[in-house]
Design a protein around this ligand. Structure first.
Ligand code: PDD
Length: 294
């Protein structure tokens, strides 16, 4: 098996799975004509692992199936089998803090636009994750800028086509910010790789789970917790101006969990987040409880 030109041990950490077996994470095992590679024709999930256990795995499996169905992509195995593979891969990696990346492509076939008559192709990695980086973000927050949401209409599908997302993220970094907040038709949708919420006068607002945003697993956890805690929720789109005047602004995703947004294009926002009884801090605490109960 030939090795790609990947320097350093980073590429070798964790485990990888492709073409039906565990493989060396640094090895070139996927043929150049994979639909994921040539068309971005596939879907993915990112799952967080704490203490060697995947968090909210059932929610990820549910969304994986929804994404696959939405692009008429047949699953290559049952969800139970996939769930077991994720658990086995994590055990095999011996990693405590990790992220699992699962990708399903429309298969390995000669490049033609029409769907090929080949099986879907599942690949997966388990990679170490240094939570210290995310801890810093969770405590000190992100500085963001607004950007036009030029993505396609079906952002609820966790598709491999992330070009607008990576373009937006890089534009934000180039401008000296940490991330970009997408705005479509005058309303905030989400960020380059997370959902976003605000709190105003004790009410939690986030974009409704329509075609325009990813239906985040972390978002779902938040809604369930807030309902239990009796905190009012409005799944309503809000404007950039609402965000600028909110008491709290924060992002939600599997990797960075709940992270404050502290500045938008040079303006301080969400000043209430630092208070110990803020909705953000309560969500962070609830998430820690979930993690400890794993
Ligand atoms: N991204 N919105 C977008 C555009 C995302 O890419 C993500 C997650 C989310 C939050 O979803 P969840 O809570 O299920 O992680 C919202 C992952 C982490 C990624 O692409 O790496």
């Amino acid at each position: 098996m030939s090795k790609l030109q990947m320097e350093g041990s980073e590429w070798r950490e964790g485990v990888a799975y492709a073409r039906g077996q565990f493989v060396d994470p640094g090895a070139a095992v996927i043929p150049i004509e994979d639909r994921a590679h040539q068309f971005g024709d596939g879907i993915y999930e990112v799952i967080r692992v704490f203490e060697g256990r995947p968090l909210l795995l059932d929610d990820h499996m549910e969304r994986y199936e929804i994404s696959a169905r939405a692009i008429k992509l047949p699953l290559d195995r049952s969800l139970d089998e996939l769930r077991q593979l994720v658990v086995d891969a994590v055990a095999r990696s011996q990693l405590k803090d990790a992220q699992v990346y699962v990708q399903l492509s429309r298969g390995l076939a000669r490049r033609e636009h029409a769907f090929p008559a080949v099986p879907s192709h599942l690949s997966l990695t388990v990679r170490p994750l240094n939570d210290a980086d995310f801890y810093r973000v969770r405590e000190h927050g992100n500085r963001v800028m607004f950007t036009e949401d030029v993505r396609w209409r079906y952002c609820y599908i966790k598709s491999l086509n992330l070009l607008p997302n990576v373009m937006a993220k890089q534009a934000a970094l180039d401008a000296g910010y940490d991330d970009a907040v997408f705005v479509r038709d005058g309303y905030v949708t989400e960020c380059s790789s997370s959902n976003i919420a605000i709190v105003k006068d004790g009410v939690f607002y986030t974009h409704p789970a329509t075609e325009r945003v990813l239906h985040g697993v972390t978002r779902r956890f938040a809604l369930a917790y807030l309902k239990d805690a009796g905190i009012p929720v409005k799944e309503e789109a809000f404007t950039p101006d609402d965000l600028l005047h909110a008491d709290e602004v924060f992002t939600l995703n599997t990797i960075a969990e709940f992270s404050p947004v502290v500045e938008v294009e040079g303006r301080k926002v969400g000043v209430r987040i630092a208070q110990s009884d803020s909705v953000l801090r309560r969500l962070q605490a609830a998430y820690q409880t979930l993690v400890k109960g794993l």
